[in-house]
Design a protein. Structure first.
Length: 194
């Protein structure tokens, strides 16, 4: 038995009409209930992804700052301004990474509370933050990362770079809408010697 095109078209249109008669609007109501929830989930994934991306950037910036501050770039420095020069190198490296990643380094703030370290060399050194007026990046150098050994060996000295950066979620109809959170980055590196 062969089916003509006219018969096939009649069967298809009859099937479409019967399906149209059987729907009573429940699909539309279900879609109206589910679509806003689906939209909120997609929006949440986007904003949490943005926060994670910014956190990765500021962590990388802190690591680069600590590396730049640990290397003895200042060959003409004397003993009184070496710490300040290392801190300047660290702050400049942090700002460079943040600027290249399209983050505003002037929004950076000192961490709260500030990290606490013992100073290297018997109490002399930077246990308080050294930073710049714009973009408060906390550089602490030289600080002691490990305690002296039992044989009288000195502990490991290094540099710590830390700061926090603001991020605002934009999730309408939630308690996270326009709420600002602080993403904190910290990196420590052993001091290098020439």
């Amino acid at each position: 038995m062969t089916m003509t095109t006219a018969n096939l078209a009649r069967r298809f249109s009859g099937l479409a009409r019967s399906l149209a008669r059987e729907t009573d609007g429940t699909e539309i109501a279900e879609a109206a209930a589910v679509l806003p929830l689906l939209f909120m989930i997609i929006l949440g994934i986007f904003w949490f992804g943005q926060a994670f991306s910014i956190y990765g950037t500021i962590t990388r910036a802190a690591q680069e700052g600590a590396r730049a501050g640990a290397a003895p770039y200042c060959t003409t420095c004397n003993a009184t301004n070496t710490t300040a020069q290392y801190a300047t190198n660290a702050v400049n490296a942090v700002k460079s990474v943040m600027t290249l990643s399209k983050l505003d380094p002037n929004l950076a703030q000192y961490p709260s509370p500030q990290p606490s370290f013992n100073a290297c060399g018997g109490g002399v050194g930077g246990t308080s933050c050294i930073g710049s007026a714009s973009g408060k990046i906390c550089v602490q150098t030289p600080v002691q990362f490990s305690n002296p050994g039992p044989s009288g060996a000195t502990g490991v000295c290094g540099i710590s770079v830390s700061f926090r950066y603001p991020f605002a979620f934009k999730l309408p109809f939630t308690n996270l809408n326009n709420r600002q959170i602080w993403l904190t980055a910290q990196a420590r590196v052993h001091m290098e010697t020439q």
